[in-house]
Design a binder for this molecule. Structure first.
Ligand code: 3HC
Ligand code: NAI
Length: 683
């Protein structure tokens, strides 16, 4: 096998080139090759300095994550990095693309760094539940200062080459197209100079910043192990000699590497990329062009959906049924953009450019030239079929016709057209301009190129797309349903909304089932007849308890939207429980998990056995990006694997009587439990 590392001597300068597509990850072959190149540098007297560079789209984007958890292969990255730094001859890193993680650590071991203006530098390990474990936490504070190092390590966010140059992380900005020449010229100026080793530099900056920064970000870091470990290592750089700091870094790195959080986060890294792949459809299938988009309905969802495309520079025609609704919808888009501009996210001229791409209209005929049309009208089959029937007559041949329905049967919607192959669901999540998830609902007749085009469009507008089959609620909302049903029953049996919500928030969810109801609106789908009271929700709605928007729902809200338990709600619950003859009892937090989260896993398993989701990791992606499932728990199916399918099954079987006759145990779950098998691949 040829090495991904090649060398060439140009006028006394050793040019070390890595060519390891797609991102020049520092896998074993790269490390072996780099190690040999350093030997060449040291042993050949004709060589006076070296430049390390990469072919392809980026400088080393980090350690090879696929090697994690497997037996280590020498030379290990920290050893290699020490060797580069120890070189008696000057070594210069030539950086383009993204120098990330182990890639930036390699650059930090080089004695000087040259980068193109478009380069980005960062240590994203924390996003994988890790820390820079090849000396990054010790060298970065010495080169860039404690403050920036703490921030970069704990957030994982990269910085621009310009910023890196300001703080001394980059020594020279090269011409965008002249990186190698400029790096060679730079290296030449260092011939004969003693190498500047990062490990020998004093730590710059104010260590007090670390605690302040941790306190400021306490909410963001809550539940995660890695940010604190990153900060502890940066603190060690201040307090300990270099070698002791490195030993501490190694110890902390190993703890994280073999912990469940990092396994979960690495699982999601790959799950997200895997989700883009559609089983049975070739990756190089010809896509349909999407240069112009139509959106029908300018309500809560339509407006947000339109914003995604405007931000990607794609013109949108938005159609409403009445002028006032149209004006309101367009007004909301403008208001959202103005608010973002006020926060500095957009320049005023960008807002004008985006608004300039928007054409408001009251006639569906104006969608005749659109390549993709997304319907976001009321959630009603007759209304949707009426719209699709009209679209069938209006839309140009080959246009993709999508529905944003949350629950309705996409196959039935497609029957309203004579082109079911062009129809699919594009289920955005609210707020549609913010939430990253897009469920792409594949109808029975949806053409492969339509599906593939939808996935590509999703990527273009910055969404994480997951393919789902047709069923009630697709992947996400279908799994939400058993959770809501059981949470409601638990209230009858003696739990309180606050107790159930707390269990979910402690688990890491952004909110619990009742906080979610109050935010979304308790009245969603309510029949709007205050005299017809058949369940708790009817009773709440009849009393105007519609959620946060009316100042009361499952909780009472003060003027700052702070919730407190409601005596009125408790009375309603007690009355319903008494009527049903349900005895109240003490409910443990463990039971709340078994009754509300285990059924979600069971539903996920049903979704898999029915082929609604392509793979277990897709379900995890849906829950991470659509519902805020804590990424350090890896999604419901990865979490189920950690718990063990046998434990989940036993937990569910305990409560079969409470679940009632409509509950169906998944055969797949039973099989996994019997075989002690997993839903997801081990990370
Ligand atoms: N190791 C192994 N594979 C990697 C990888 C890595 N570090 N980074 C990316 N890949 C793979 C992806 O899985 C994907 O594979 P696929 O095509 O089979 O799905 C392929 O490379 C392309 O990746 P993207 O689709 O993400 O490409 P983009 O161009 O959108 O993004 C990127 C490129 C910004 C480099 C992005 O891939 C990224 O953020 N990568 C991870 C960077 C990272 O986390 N580095 C730190 C690693 S941990 C470390 O270094 C530990 C050390 O401190 C000891
Ligand atoms: P909405 O009530 O806020 O907006 C619907 C808009 O469609 C209204 O402005 C209405 O005037 C317009 N409309 C109705 N019939 C029309 C027609 N024939 N032609 C043009 N415009 C028409 O509703 P919302 O919340 O935006 O929901 C829209 C769709 O998105 C529904 O199918 C819903 O299930 C789905 N959805 C809603 C989510 C949410 O959180 N609100 C989340 C995901 C999907």
């Amino acid at each position: 096998m040829t090495s991904p590392i090649s060398t060439e001597i140009r006028d006394g300068i050793l040019i070390i080139t890595s060519n390891n597509p797609p991102v020049n990850a520092l896998g074993a072959a790269v490390r072996v090759g780099l190690d040999a190149a350093i030997t060449e540098l040291e042993s050949n007297d004709a060589i006076q300095a070296a430049v390390i560079r990469c072919e392809g789209r980026t400088f080393f984007a980090g350690a090879d994550i696929t090697e994690f958890g497997k037996p280590p292969v020498e030379p290990l990255l920290p050893q290699l990095i020490d060797r580069i730094e120890a070189s008696a001859k000057p070594v210069v890193a030539a950086i383009h693309g993204t120098a990330l993680g182990g890639g930036l650590e390699t650059a930090l071991a080089c004695h000087w760094r040259v980068a193109v203006p478009s380069a980005k530098l960062g240590v994203p390990e924390v996003k994988l539940g890790l820390l820079p474990g090849a000396g990054g936490t010790q060298r970065l504070p010495r080169v860039a200062g404690v403050e920036l190092a703490a921030e970069m390590c704990a957030t994982g966010n990269p910085i621009s080459a310009k910023k890196a140059a300001e703080v001394g992380l980059v020594d020279q900005i090269a011409g965008e197209d002249r990186l190698l020449d400029d790096a060679i010229a730079f290296a030449r100026t260092k011939i004969g100079t003693a190498p500047r080793r990062s490990r020998d530099l004093p730590v710059k900056g104010d260590p007090a910043f670390i605690d302040t920064f941790a306190a400021q970000n306490a909410k963001k870091f809550k539940g995660f192990d890695a940010p604190a470990a990153n900060l502890a290592c940066v603190r060690a750089a201040v307090e300990k000699p270099f070698d002791d700091g490195i030993a501490f870094e190694r110890q902390e790195f190993m703890k994280l590497m073999f912990g469940s959080q990092s396994a979960a986060m690495r699982h999601i890294f790959f799950a997200e990329r895997q989700a883009a792949k559609i089983d049975g459809i070739a990756e190089d299938i010809a896509l349909r062009p999407v240069a112009k988009v139509g959106v029908i309905g300018a309500g809560t969802m339509g407006g947000g959906i339109a914003m995604n495309f405007l931000q990607a520079g794609i013109p949108v025609t938005i159609v409403e049924q009445a002028q006032d609704a149209l004006d309101r919808g367009v007004g909301v888009i403008r208001k959202n953009y103005d608010a973002s501009a006020a926060k500095g996210r957009f320049k005023p001229e960008q807002v004008e450019a985006m608004m300039g791409l928007l054409t408001p209209s009251l006639t569906l005929e104006d969608l005749a030239d659109c390549d993709l049309i997304i319907e976001a009208v009321f959630e009603n089959m007759d209304v949707k079929k009426d719209v699709f029937g009209k679209l069938d007559r209006i839309a140009k041949p080959g246009a993709i016709l999508a529905s944003n329905t949350s629950y309705l049967d996409v196959n039935e919607i497609a029957t309203a057209t004579g082109r079911a192959g062009d129809v699919l669901g594009l289920h955005f999540f609210s707020p549609a301009n913010v939430m990253k998830l897009l469920e792409v609902v594949r109808g029975a007749e949806t053409a492969p190129d339509v599906l593939a085009t939808a996935m590509a469009v999703a990527k273009k507008i910055g969404k994480v797309a997951v393919v789902a089959g047709v069923c009630d609620g697709f992947i996400g909302n279908r799994m939400l349903k058993p959770r809501q049903i059981e949470a409601m029953k638990l209230l009858m049996e003696g739990a309180t909304p606050a107790q159930i919500d707390k269990v979910h928030v402690d688990f890491g969810m952004p909110m619990g089932p009742f906080q979610m109801s109050d935010l979304a609106g308790v009245d969603i789908g309510w029949h709007r007849d205050p005299s017809r009271i058949e369940n708790v929700r009817d009773a709440l709605c009849a009393k105007g308890r519609w959620g946060q928007k009316t100042g009361k729902g499952f909780y009472d809200y003060d003027e700052n939207r702070r919730p407190s338990p409601s005596a009125e709600v408790q009375e309603i619950l007690d009355a319903f429980a008494a009527q049903a003859g349900t005895a109240k009892r003490e409910i443990s937090d463990a039971e709340i998990i078994e009754r509300t989260i285990y059924p979600m896993v069971n539903e996920g398993a049903l979704i898999l056995e029915e082929g609604i989701a392509q793979r277990a990791s897709d379900i995890d992606v849906v829950w991470i990006y659509g519902y805020g499932w804590p990424v350090y728990r890896g999604g419901p199916m990865f979490w189920a694997d950690l718990e063990g399918a046998d434990k989940i099954l036993a937990g569910l079987e305990k409560h079969l009587a409470a679940f009632g006759p409509e509950f169906r145990l998944s055969t797949l779950l039973k099989d996994k439990a019997a075989a002690k098998g997993r839903f997801t691949r081990p990370a």
